[in-house]
Ligand binder design. Structure first.
Ligand code: B4P
Length: 191
């Protein structure tokens, strides 16, 4: 199963992608997590990414695309993956199309988590109290929502036209959202 998770910051992508990757026994690939790991290890990639993440901006496509290309070339993705937070721009969609074509693979579904903006802000402000993430301040959280609406929300239309978009209500308990996702997915025995 090859899946993408899309949705605004705070929609629960990371939360649900982790759960689903465990259930499907395929790796979760979170571009945000890979950037944060690099930041904490002080790598060159981390230093580059931090400048953008701190401002709530996207890390440049060439950096992000190269990182995902390398990750998808690893053998643990042969049987599938859950990509969380990638692609986020039209350029990234095109790059992912190219990578998958080279590998002879195709996406089974793109899960879009729908959550209204007040709930998103509330969730991220709650996380801000414990996460220590430099992009979880109110000002940066609001900017991340704008960047999402401008650059990433239009991508949903691309995947809808391809017939792979599955939109799931992301409001409610984490386990209830997970049940909804499983019920909506093709080929999980419940979809
Ligand atoms: P991400 O790490 O993807 O951060 P995010 O969009 O805020 O989503 P996240 O996964 O953390 O939150 P989630 O919705 O799961 O990206 C961070 C930054 O990295 C970006 O701003 C950008 O700079 C950079 N980046 C990443 N990918 C990139 C790309 N492709 N191109 C360029 N730059 C990129 O959860 C949020 C909170 O809600 C959590 O605290 C969770 O516990 C809570 N929650 C989840 N489900 C809930 C529920 N049902 N009810 C209540 N709370 C819930």
């Amino acid at each position: 199963m090859r899946l993408l998770f899309m949705g605004p910051p705070g929609a629960g992508k990371g939360t649900q992608a982790e759960m689903l990757s465990g259930k499907l026994d395929v790796p979760q690939i979170s571009t945000g997590d890979i950037f944060r790991t690099n930041v904490s290890q002080g790598t060159e990639l981390g230093r580059t990414a931090q400048r953008y993440m701190d401002e709530g901006e996207y890390v440049p496509d060439e950096v992000t695309n190269e990182m995902v290309r390398n990750r998808l070339a690893e053998s643990d993705t042969n049987l599938g993956f859950v990509l969380d937070g990638y692609p986020r721009t039209v350029d990234q969609v095109e790059t992912l199309d190219g990578i998958l074509a080279e590998l002879g693979q195709a996406l089974d579904a793109v899960v879009s988590l729908a959550v209204d903006s007040e709930e998103l802000i509330a969730r991220l402000l709650k996380r801000a109290r414990t996460s220590g993430r430099s992009d979880d301040t109110e000002e940066v959280i609001r900017h991340r929502q704008e960047v999402y609406l401008e650059q990433t929300a239009p991508l949903l239309e691309i995947y809808a036209e391809r017939g792979v978009l599955v939109t799931v209500d992301g409001l409610g308990e984490v386990d209830d959202v997970a049940e909804r996702i499983l019920a909506a997915l093709p080929g999980t025995g419940q979809g």
